[in-house]
Design a protein around this ligand. Structure first.
Ligand code: CP3
Length: 347
């Protein structure tokens, strides 16, 4: 299937593009009334994830409604712990809960590693159907959580501001931590490869809890495994988004990936210097800009585009869009990227 719009793939590969491609992390979600309507008809979040037809429908919604240059398959990073033997529950207004978290070496014995990725057949099916329904309109992004972020949920058993139990394990039980991370890494590599076989045109690793580690720990317990994944995925462009990992930008420049995602705390020019000229950069508007006026959104978007420059940039927010953002403001961001990056417009 020939892609009609492959801007994001070309930008990821460092090629010159007519304009800057744009998409949003968490674009398939509660910002869209159309998503909320589907969500109301089902029992819970998980039911949407495991049902390939529903997952396809909500994956394509932002392409139709917002006009983004890529779709991201509707799923969650927590499907990996689930197939390894740790199911999650998504509790309204609280977030994910994983009963029976990992706390000792014997807990590792109950985890499935070999062949665990095969149990994610509903994701591969959703990717296949989505590719068919997209009919080449835009590329489809596959994804997984980075091993450290997945371990953080497996050890903490829920979201947390500090993830102190998970960080405690890194210090007190480094060997158990490495074994767990290495197991998550092998499932993740197999999972991403299968997503690519099913049709994912590029893949992104989300290291959402990168920023809570000390720099040396980050290198030892997170970057090492991200690097293994990057080395293993050679089929399609890879993006690494490590939220808060400002201290590791120089090392991230050496990863075997195409694109590095920036959050809004990371200065654009400084990031380019640290990461180097080779990589494409993705990001990084503060999601809170989308709560301001249309004029402010346009101004901030233009400033961001000017700082990144016209090439080797994929426009996005610095983290997922917040669920109560007005979808017309999101559309304003998408339209502004398209307009300002295709011609020099002054506002
Ligand atoms: O549009 C997309 O980006 C694709 C779908 C997607 C979801 N989660 C759907 C979702 C993606 C890529 C994710 C990744 C994810 N999940 C991350 C990494 C990105 C990040 O935000 O840092 C993390 C840490 C998770 C774990 C997770 N899932 C949490 C902490 C929560 C609860 C917080 C919240 O937003 O409610 C979720 C739930 C979740 N994942 C929702 C969606 C649309 C909301 C669930 C609902 O509809 O009730």
């Amino acid at each position: 299937m020939q892609l009609k719009n492959d801007l994001i793939l070309r930008a990821a590969k460092g090629e010159t593009t007519e304009r800057t491609p744009v998409w949003l992390m968490r674009q398939a979600g509660r910002i869209l009334p159309e998503y909320r309507a589907v969500r109301e008809k089902v029992k819970g979040f998980r039911e949407m994830v495991v049902n390939p037809e529903i997952a396809t429908e909500v994956t394509i919604q932002p392409v139709d409604i917002l006009g983004v240059d890529a779709a991201i398959i509707f799923s969650d990073i927590l499907v990996v712990p689930e197939v390894m033997g740790m199911p999650y529950e998504m509790i309204e207004a609280k977030g994910p809960v994983l009963p029976n978290p990992i706390s000792a070496k014997e807990d590792l014995k109950r985890l499935k590693v070999e062949g665990a990725h095969q149990d994610l057949h509903y994701v591969y099916e959703a990717i296949k159907i989505t590719k068919r329904e997209l009919n080449g309109r835009v590329p489809l992004i596959g994804f997984a959580g980075a091993p450290w972020t997945i371990m953080a949920y497996m050890v903490e058993g829920s979201g947390s501001k500090t993830f102190y139990k998970a960080r405690k394990m890194l210090y007190s039980e480094p060997a158990i931590s490495h074994e767990l991370l290495s197991n998550i890494t092998s499932v993740t590599i197999a999972y991403l490869k299968e997503q690519i076989k099913a049709g994912a045109d590029m893949v992104q690793l989300f290291d959402s809890w990168a920023g809570i580690l000390a720099p040396d720990q980050y290198k030892e317990f997170s970057l090492k495994y991200i690097s293994e994944i990057c080395n293993a995925i050679t089929e399609v462009p890879v993006t690494v988004f490590a939220k808060g990992a400002f201290f590791a930008r120089k090392e991230m420049g050496n990863l075997k990936c195409n694109t590095i995602g920036l959050d809004w705390n990371m200065g654009i020019k400084e990031s380019r210097e640290l990461i180097g000229a080779q990589k494409t950069l993705q990001g990084n508007l503060d999601p809170c800009v989308l709560y301001t006026s249309y004029d402010e959104i346009k101004k901030h978007t233009k400033k961001m585009l000017d700082e990144f420059g016209p090439h080797k940039h994929i426009a996005n927010l610095g983290h997922g869009v917040y669920p109560d953002t007005d979808k017309d403001k999101v559309k304003c961001f998408v339209d502004s990227v398209k307009e300002f990056s295709s011609k020099k417009v002054s506002i």
